[in-house]
Design a protein. Sequence first.
Length: 61
Amino acid sequence: MGEVYRPEDIVSGKKRSSDLSPNLNGVAPTALQDVMSEVRLLRAEVNKIKQVLRTNGIAID
């Protein structure tokens, strides 16, 4: 996955911002159905974002 940079990090030469790092401790799905539901929701959000980008003339893969 890609890394996230703040504008001030790029200017100052820092490589990575620690406050943007994911904290995945304690994330444990309770059931496969929960995971599948979450994946469906995330796909729907991605499709919405893609549509907005296309509408604004931004090419996506």
